[in-house]
Structures are given as C-alpha cells and as structure tokens.
Ligand binder design. Sequence first.
Ligand code: 2DT
Ligand code: MG
Length: 222
Amino acid sequence: SVPVAEGRGAFILFEGLDRCGKSTQCQCLLEHLTAQQVPVQKLSFPDRQQETGKLIADFLQRKIQLDPLAVHLLFAANRQNVRQQMVDSLAAGVTLIVDRYAYSGVAFTAAQLEAPHPRGLDLDWCKTPDTGLPAPDVVIFLRLSPQDAAARGQYGAEAYEKIDFQEKVQEQFDKLRDTSPNWVELDALLEQDSIAQQVSTIAAEAIQDCRQGKRPMQYLWS
Ligand code: 2DT
Ligand code: MG
C-alpha cells in the first residue's frame, strides 16, 4: 500500500565539489528512506532532461559556447521550471532528496567573477535568479579537497573539472555556508557506509521536524 503522509516533506540537499560522492549518498538515502516507507523523491540539478537542461549539457560537454552569465540564468531557469512541482511535493508530504541546487549555481558562477567585479556582478547578483525557490531544510555538504577529488578519477571530462577552479568554487561555498544556518558538513573521505549512517540520522531528524510541523516552509534566500 502507498504510505500516507502526515505533515509536509523535508527538503534534503546534498552539495559539494565534483566527485565528492553526492550522487552515491543521494542514492543510498533514497533506498534507505524507501525501505522505511517514507514517501520520497530524488531530483538532481542540472536536470538534463528539460529543454534548458539539454543546452546546459551541451555547454558542459563543450559542444556549444555560452556566455557565463547566460549559463548562470539557464541553470537557475532549470530550477525555477520545477519550482511549483517541488513546492507541491513538499506540501503533499513527499521528502525531496536533491543532488545540487542553487548553492552550486551561485558558487560555480561567482568563482568565475573577479572580485570586486567592475560591473557589480558578485555573489549577491548570482543569488538573484534563484530567489523564491523552496529552501532546503538541511544542506549536507560533503567536504573533499580538490586534490582528493581529482584522485578519484574521470576528472576533467566536463567543463569546470580543474583543480584550481574547484578551489575557487570551494571559497564561494564557504561564503554561502556562513549565511546558511541549516548547513552541515561531513568528511567525504570517510567510508561510504559511515557517511550514509550520519546522513540517515540527519535526514531522520529533518523529516520528523517537518512532519510534526516544527519547520515552516522557507524560500530562498532566507
Ligand atoms: P553534475 O556534475 O552534478 O551533473 O553538475 N553547476 C551545477 C553549475 O555551474 N550551476 C548550477 O546551478 C548547477 C546545479 C556543477 C554539472 C556541473 O554543473 C555545475 C558541475
Ligand atoms: Mg560533475
């Protein structure tokens, strides 16, 4: 039988540099919660199935060239396009497990802007197009140095996968962490099972709080 949800679902976000293990942990959590009969749905951004996502995929695979600020707006449009579906799912009691979101959006673009940028393009400008999206109840940041990430292999296949650039992205993630109260950092070098165990504890708490109405829905960038 289909599990019946009570209060709203929790929004559990995974963020981190490339190769930190986000996708693996999303999958583990999906299986864990499904086994516990928690209504759950997994999303990942960029969503390459959407029309905007196809352009983004072509850009990441270096098939087409796009201006960095135009790409930024495409990534945000790719999220805004499913905003209502996300809000509806959460309201219906479905927990969302999300692989990257607006934090990646901001960090990857801001890392390309010289600071201070002569035309006022900064972290705050980068945040604007994602305004109004549902906010995560917890941001699980899997921390891995760009050097350790590169050692995991397949690095360099897509745009952005270079050690010096990933270091700049990490600096931007650190700025976002400082203004995000729901941010939790886990050491991505730990064993997969040990990370998964910490993740399930964090997720269980968020799910329970949301179900019991202890956490009102929030929207970016609050
Ligand atoms: P994946 O390797 O996770 O498929 O991501 N990115 C991602 C951005 O630059 N802006 C965004 O808004 C998002 C969601 C991070 C592909 C690359 O796209 C970057 C890595
Ligand atoms: Mg990648």
